[in-house]
Design a protein around this ligand. Structure first.
Ligand code: PGA
Length: 254
């Protein structure tokens, strides 16, 4: 049975009142939806526990937006995987392009952070994708190959994980790749994983992210190999996010 997962990435938006009402509203909406519709909510780090408490009787899962490659020590401002597990957060975005850029993370750094997550029983949602210049010069497949290859150790653990294909140039820009490009990128990522002997049987949900909106979600979810979407700005209005979940329900019924 096909499962569709939608993730709301709220970046640096929200406050206590907003987090409470977002988490309870999505939790209530999910109660009316089939179990193969999954939703994750990534609030800013200070609100993780609040979101977790608010959603505790619902199917809404809470995810952190990032975690450290370090386990402890003199790393001001960082959050360790063990701390997320300690407060009951078992999903985390890893290597989002905004974090890669801000912290100048290499592919190896991202792989280390993903390993830290897995060590703590946290499912990493690993973000990959090419820059605008790489897209323009036809290097998308090459970039994705390198990013996925660096994850070999993580993928070989056999732990379930998610990969989000997020072209850097599509994030927050209102521009998306064509359906054919998304389809090809997803096919390529799966082929890269499949080519790794140890990783071949690892269950991977493969999501698309970058300017997903209510008016393009149906087309994106209809692309072969797309298991869901990572949604930034269009997820900030709870009615819109719930409506997108409802679109996914309709699509699965279709
Ligand atoms: P966007 O962000 O939907 O606002 O483009 C997506 C993301 O950064 O995950």
């Amino acid at each position: 049975m096909r499962t569709i997962t939608l993730i709301a990435n709220h970046k640096l938006h929200g406050n206590s009142a907003f987090v409470t009402s977002f988490a309870s509203s999505v939790g209530n909406a999910l109660a009316q939806m089939p179990e193969n519709i999954c939703a994750l909510y990534c609030p800013p780090a200070p609100y993780l526990s609040l979101a977790k408490d608010t959603s505790k009787n619902s199917r809404l899962q809470i995810a952190a937006q990032t975690l450290s490659q370090q386990t402890s020590g003199a790393h001001t401002g960082s959050v360790a995987a063990s701390m997320l597990a300690d407060i009951g957060v078992f999903y985390c975005l890893v290597g989002h392009s905004e974090v890669r850029a801000r912290e100048q993370l290499s592919n190896a750094d991202v792989a280390t952070a993903a390993s830290r997550a897995i060590e703590q029983g946290i499912t990493p949602i690993i973000c990959v994708g090419e820059s605008e210049a790489e897209h323009a010069s036809g290097q998308t497949a090459e970039v994705l190959s390198k990013q996925v290859a660096s994850l070999e150790e993580v993928l070989s653990t056999g732990n379930p994980l998610m990969i989000a294909y997020e072209p850097v140039w599509a994030i927050g820009s209102g521009r998306t790749p064509s359906s054919a490009e998304i389809c090809e990128a997803h096919r390529h990522i799966r082929a890269c994983v499949h080519s790794m002997k140890e990783a071949r049987d690892t269950h991977i949900s493969l999501l698309y992210g970058g300017s997903v909106k209510p008016n393009n979600l149906n087309d994106i979810l209809a692309i072969a190999g797309v298991d869901g979407a990572l949604i930034g700005s269009a997820s900030l209005v709870v009615e819109d996010f719930n409506a997108m979940l409802q679109q996914a329900v309709t699509l699965l019924k279709g």
